[in-house]
Design a protein. Structure first.
Length: 334
């Protein structure tokens, strides 16, 4: 208990209360090292033992540990950590060879002259998207607290301009994946971006009757909460920073929000079908002799099936990513 450990004049002084060969007593000793050591030892105490690490001032081989030739009786070597001179040389040689091999491999990889430019672009893209969706989320939350349920009915007219901007900019995610700028697979990006933009631009953007529906609030709210954690995570990843709480949120928050967002989109489409049937908007009449009309509501019914398939595809992709980033780490076998 409360060990007092100091190094002065190359001598380690130890004094502590503990239970040992003399029972519950005060134990103390001194060790004068063979050569100079750093004056600040590193101590780590557990319930079973106390570990004291002393660093040499110069990295060289010592003939023995203490200045006195005869080893003190209370000292015993730990053979699990013991290295003789030949073992130490071999270990050092292996480390040097590993370092050389790593340098050879890195030299074979062609350097990308636009690496910093690409990184800067990705940081700015994710930052802009984070700020945009943050504005949406904060604006909707404040309006909800002030106006209550009344804020549901004018969400589109208040938020749509910023949502248009963010979702149009999100098309760059498909391009980034397509040209290999990011390692994200192409299909999940296409499914999410085009699915959202179809609801935003085709359903909500063209039907004034849909713009005052409460479902718009839930669609925009679920989208914005998800992106509040996704874009900062990617932005920090660009500069090699991983913040564990953010990583956990990025790969966990989507579990309830993604299905809820898909359900809100499906409700929006179902509510729009009668309106499209009544107005005939986007229905396409084929020329004679076929004389057939492709009804847009029928297209929407097919899209509903594709929507749930898309939710399944992205849910599976995100679940794999979650296992990869938050699952137990596999130890490499030597």
């Amino acid at each position: 208990q409360n060990p007092d450990i100091t190094i002065t004049d190359n001598v380690l002084h130890f004094r502590a209360q503990g239970h040992g060969a003399k029972g519950d007593n005060i134990y103390e000793f001194e060790i004068e090292f063979l050569e100079p050591v750093e004056p600040k030892p590193v101590c780590r105490m557990t319930q079973r033992q106390l570990n004291i690490t002393v660093q040499k001032k110069e990295s060289n081989w010592w003939e023995r540990l203490t200045k006195q030739e005869k080893r003190p009786l209370f000292l015993a070597p730990d053979f699990d950590r013991w290295l003789d001179e030949s073992d130490a040389e071999m270990e050092l040689k292996e480390k040097e060879e590993e370092k050389i091999n790593k340098m050879k491999i890195e030299s074979r990889v062609p350097k990308d002259p636009f690496k910093h430019l690409k990184k800067g672009y990705l940081i700015m893209y994710n930052l802009v998207q984070f700020l945009g969706f943050s504005w949406i989320f904060v604006n909707m939350t404040v309006r909800l607290f002030i106006l209550g349920k009344d804020s549901f009915y004018d969400t589109f007219h208040t938020i749509s301009d910023m949502m248009y901007f963010c979702q149009t900019l999100a098309l760059m995610e498909i391009m980034n994946s397509l040209i290999g700028l990011v390692r994200s697979p192409l299909i999940p990006s296409v499914v999410q971006v085009f699915g959202r933009n179809f609801v935003l631009f085709v359903i909500l953007g063209t039907l004034e009757e849909m713009q005052s529906k409460p479902v718009v609030f839930f669609i925009f709210y679920f989208w914005s909460i998800t992106e509040l954690f996704r874009y900062p995570y990617y932005m920090l990843s660009c500069i090699g920073i991983e913040w564990k709480p953010l990583t956990w949120l990025r790969y966990t928050v989507w579990i309830p929000l993604y299905p809820l967002g898909g359900l809100a989109e499906a409700v929006c489409i179902v509510q729009s079908i009668p309106i499209f049937s009544e107005t005939g908007k986007f229905s396409l009449g084929l020329p004679n002799p076929l004389n057939v009309t492709i009804q847009f509501p029928f297209v929407l019914q097919i899209y509903l099936i594709a929507l749930f398939l898309g939710v399944f595809v992205n849910f599976r992709h995100l679940y794999k990513q979650r296992k990869q980033h938050l699952g137990p780490k596999k130890r490499k076998m030597k």
